[in-house]
Design a protein around this ligand. Structure first.
Ligand code: GLU
Length: 547
């Protein structure tokens, strides 16, 4: 009896690997094209760190005319949840990052290299495991969980490395006959890789992001096929990324220490190893302590959070590119209007350690992006968000023509308004432009704050200076006049030069008008606001503020 008999006993009726090698052809892509993937487990939660990895992967694939595919890693069936795939697919869709190949909903997929869902690839993994068994590079292990537990306890007591290796790898020692007999006797088993590595030898590895790293060789006989017949992550990774033609494995750096094992698996399977690019996690500053963004503690760790808050997907992506590469910000400054896809991301320039997630910065990026949108775009996105999350805003936006005027204020010019960072800001940002939302209980504090002066300014303005048809220059000149008439400085400069001579200046007079019109001290361009409100409403609001 030999390894062939053993392999046939463990994996009866499984195809030869030649079948799969033949079936999945080498991809026909331009020189230098990067093929990479996003390979999440369908746990029902898409972490922003996962999206970040996917963005990096997709970006480098796109910029090299390569392929970005989605593989569902569902071999740990305990962790799986219902509709987990839908969550992943929708997250990618929301961020306009749908893959070229892979799962497109719970049951369907596109692409020639599938199935892209690991639980459907059982026979493929078994074919490759069988191939290893045939060569004596994998073997059945009959150790029970209790056996492994007591082995571990012994190792810990003796203060030596834990694991299934060397002399500790008990089931390695059985002869083929013994293995076959045990199986025939109905003993349960899993399949382990027989590592040829030695812990006292080093391997040199070049990671595309982390650079050169030295590791001891792997000597652990890891499990490759579990009791349920499905592979472990390590084995599935080697088989899938080989057959799917992955050129670059871009993944979280928690896997960096598994590289020696993975390289060994590729080698023993006779595969050409891919390049690895290990991405540092996104960190958070928690009262001075740097820690990973946590699914349990941080709402912003969930990709859904951004959708619910109404932070545009494109802003999140841009921000993530900022985190990925320090040169992005500069590029953006030099190319304020170019689509982010024109930026070239270089994996080898990515940050080696975890970047800090900064919500303020993200919202700044978002503000800048929204400021460059047309009124029509702002309207469309706000409405889309409101339809899902805010009925009141949805109602406000029903009069599209008026809403476009409101969103059009200070937009489309050199220095557009930058007051909206997310769609959930919109209601508060524009409410004063709607009479039924504009009820003032108290006007905010301002420099000219005594009732008498305010009344006088407003009265004078209504009676003497306001004319709806004035152009902007004329409009502003009149406010200056008014300031002069009230004894305030007509120019800010003048006020600054002689602060003792004046109680206030023209800007403070403008503020009186602004506060009366909007109940805010800070708004976009007041001239435009007045134009959109129209004469009747302007006068009504100014008059109300004199009461
Ligand atoms: N399923 C693995 C994970 O979610 C994938 C790692 C990889 O990209 O290879 O961590």
């Amino acid at each position: 009896m030999d390894y062939n008999d053993l392999a046939n006993l463990i994996f009866p009726g499984v195809k030869d690997i030649e079948y799969y090698e033949e079936k999945y052809k080498t991809r026909n892509l331009p020189e230098g094209a990067i093929v990479t993937r996003f390979a999440p487990s369908p746990t029902g939660f898409v972490h922003i760190g996962g999206l970040y990895q996917a963005l990096v992967a997709r970006t480098v694939a796109k910029q090299t005319q390569g392929v970005f595919f989605l593989r569902i890693e569902d071999t740990d069936q305990k962790r799986e949840v219902e509709n987990g795939i839908t969550g992943i697919v929708n997250s990618l869709k929301n961020f306009e990052m749908s893959p070229d190949e892979g799962q497109i909903n719970e049951t369907e997929e596109i692409g020639e290299y599938g199935p892209y869902k690991q639980s459907l690839r059982k026979e493929i993994y078994q074919a490759y495991a069988k191939y290893l068994v045939k060569q004596g590079k994998a073997y059945p292990c009959f150790c029970t969980p209790e056996d492994l537990e007591s082995m571990r306890a012994k190792q810990e007591a003796a203060k030596i490395r834990t694991g299934y290796y060397g002399v500790w790898a008990n089931c390695r020692k059985f002869s083929v006959e013994e293995m076959i007999n045990k199986i025939k006797n109905g003993e349960s088993y899993i399949v382990r890789f027989k590592s040829a590595g030695r812990e006292d030898r080093k391997i040199k590895h070049h990671d595309v992001i982390k650079g050169n790293v030295d590791f001891p060789e792997n000597d652990q006989d890891i499990v490759i096929i579990k009791a349920d017949g499905l592979p472990t992550y390590h084995f599935a990774h080697a088989v899938d990324d080989h057959l799917m033609g992955t050129t670059h494995v871009i993944r979280s750096d928690e896997w960096l220490s598994s590289v020696p094992l993975h390289l060994q698996l590729f080698q023993e399977l006779g595969f050409r190893a891919p390049k690895y690019a290990h991405i540092a996690p996104i960190m958070k500053n928690d009262n001075g302590n740097k820690r990973k963004l946590s699914k349990r503690k941080d709402p912003e760790a969930a990709t859904d959070y951004y959708k619910e808050e109404g932070i545009p997907a494109i802003a999140v992506k841009e921000y993530l590119l900022n985190i990925a590469s320090s040169s992005f910000e500069n590029w953006r400054r030099q190319n304020p209007t170019k689509p982010m896809e024109e930026y070239t991301l270089e994996l080898n320039k990515m940050s080696v350690s975890g970047a800090l997630f900064d919500m303020v910065k993200l919202l700044d990026v978002s503000k800048a992006i929204i400021s460059r949108m047309t009124a029509e775009e702002v309207y469309t996105y706000s409405l889309e968000w409101a339809e899902k999350y805010d009925n009141e805003l949805k109602n406000i936006l029903q009069d599209k023509e008026y809403a476009l005027k409101v969103f059009g204020i200070e937009r489309g010019n050199q220095k557009p308004r930058k007051d909206i960072s997310k769609w959930s800001d919109v209601k508060d940002n524009i409410s004063y432009m709607y009479d039924d939302k504009f009820s003032v209980e108290e006007y905010p504090y301002q420099v000219i704050n005594d009732k008498e002066s305010i009344k006088k300014i407003l009265k004078l303005y209504i009676e003497k200076y306001y004319n709806e048809s004035d152009d902007k220059q004329m409009w502003f000149d009149k406010i200056k006049e008014l300031a002069g008439e009230m004894g305030y400085a007509k120019e800010v400069k003048e006020f600054k030069a002689n602060p003792d001579m004046y109680k206030a200046h023209v800007g403070d007079v403008s503020t009186v008008l602004r506060v009366a019109l909007t109940a805010r001290t800070n708004t976009p361009d007041m001239y435009e606001i007045m134009q959109v409100l129209g004469k009747e409403r302007v006068i009504r609001r100014l008059e109300n503020a004199t009461k």
